[in-house]
Write a protein that binds this ligand. Structure first.
Ligand SMILES: *Cc1c(COP(=O)(O)O)cnc(C)c1O
Length: 363
């Protein structure tokens, strides 16, 4: 068989090395590598403008800000959450001594099913932590209404949402707190990194000091904190990637449109976007008729040296450290879903190879 280049579900977007080095040189020239140096502040300012939001705090990853938000808002109570997300969402809840209460998902949009939230609320419930999965916004209005009715806080894991707008506004601007990941595999990245968004001034202050050991100057403390600071070297990567953002999104759009037009969509289900969403083309999930078909497709793709990922499998309700719960839709979707390769340098030939392999397997 002809040698075929390995294709993974994603590939980190790398700027030219000289562009990264030029940013790193600035950190060297400043003799300053962390503690909110000029590169971090410049990246924050650029992202703020680009996203059209009032506030952003960039952090060392997308998980610690979830933990900080839960520490401040969930206070070791029960947290209503989705079983269909990356493990970080549930792990953060358990790590903060809270109890995850799983609510099943909508089978078409793949986000938490808001019609099932109220039945899961008890007098121990403090918070809702929902994921805008694959950049698809949750039913934000309904969640807000429920939260208001029961006095709950709302945190959104918006790790996949860079560039997503809902009703004309950055999706990061919704909820009490919203978090994003700038991990190397995400649409916009700093190698490792993330961000936290919050509209409430007091809460913003709490998050800010929590992310820097609780410091109030060198010799005093506002309260308990941890270290969630991002370094200048990571901000340097962000500044080098930043100019490519619209090219990255345009390119992904083209790849998504090609999947949409060439995949046999009578045999697979794709994700329904929530209404009023300006999406970022961050993932291309396909849901097969059964796990048997998924495994057959996966096997054929592996023969072609193509490695999609089973995002997100298994359902988080099956983690060994959570109590069992009834979430049949999430479990069914998790067993049948595959995210297809989607990244900047994926060529048309490579994409055709993927599509032809899938179509010929499911026909
Ligand atoms: C990537 C991801 C995270 C974690 O982000 P890190 O920056 O890797 O810590 C959290 N939640 C979801 C849904 C993710 O995909």
């Amino acid at each position: 068989m002809m040698y075929q280049k390995r294709i993974n579900v994603t590939k980190t977007f790398l700027p030219h090395l000289e562009e990264y080095m030029a940013q790193v040189k600035r950190a060297f020239d400043n003799d300053w590598l962390t503690n909110r140096g000029v590169l971090v502040q410049e990246l924050e300012a650029k992202l703020k403008e680009h996203l059209g939001i009032d506030n952003i705090l960039i952090t060392n990853n997308g998980t610690i800000p979830l933990q900080i938000a839960l520490k401040l808002l969930a206070r070791e109570g029960e947290v209503i959450t989705t079983p269909f997300s990356y493990v970080a969402t549930t792990a953060a809840i358990v790590w903060e001594n809270c109890t995850p209460i799983f609510v099943d998902i909508d089978p078409l949009e793949l986000t938490i099913d808001v019609t099932k939230i109220e039945a899961a609320i008890t007098d121990k419930t403090t918070c809702i932590l929902a994921t805008h999965v694959f950049g698809n916004p949750c039913n934000i209005e309904s969640i807000q209404e429920i939260a208001k009715k029961y006095g709950l806080k709302v945190i959104y894991d918006a790790a996949h949402c860079f560039g997503v707008k809902y009703k004309g506004r950055s999706v990061f601007s919704y909820g009490d707190v919203s978090t994003c990941s700038f991990h190397a595999t995400k649409l916009f990245h700093t190698g490792e990194g993330g961000a936290v968004f919050c509209n409430n001034e007091l809460l913003r202050h709490q998050i800010y000091y929590s992310h820097n050991f609780g410091h109030n100057g060198p010799e005093a403390f506002f309260g308990l904190g941890v270290n969630a600071k991002i370094s200048e070297l990571h901000a340097a990567m962000g500044l080098a990637v930043f100019p490519y953002l619209s090219a990255i999104i345009q390119n992904r759009k083209k790849i998504v449109e090609c999947y949409n037009s060439r995949l046999d969509l009578s045999k697979v289900q794709v994700m329904n976007l929530h209404a009023n969403t300006h999406w970022n083309y961050s993932y291309y999930p396909v849901i097969f008729e059964s796990e048997v078909v998924l495994l057959e497709v996966l096997g054929r793709l592996h023969e072609e040296n193509v490695f999609p990922r089973r995002y997100f499998y298994p359902s988080l309700s099956n983690l060994p450290y959570v109590a069992k719960s009834e979430v049949p839709i999430a479990e069914s979707v998790a067993s049948r879903i595959l995210c297809l390769p989607l990244y900047y340098s994926l060529t048309t030939d490579e994409q055709n190879r993927i599509i032809d392999t899938i179509n010929s397997t499911i026909k």
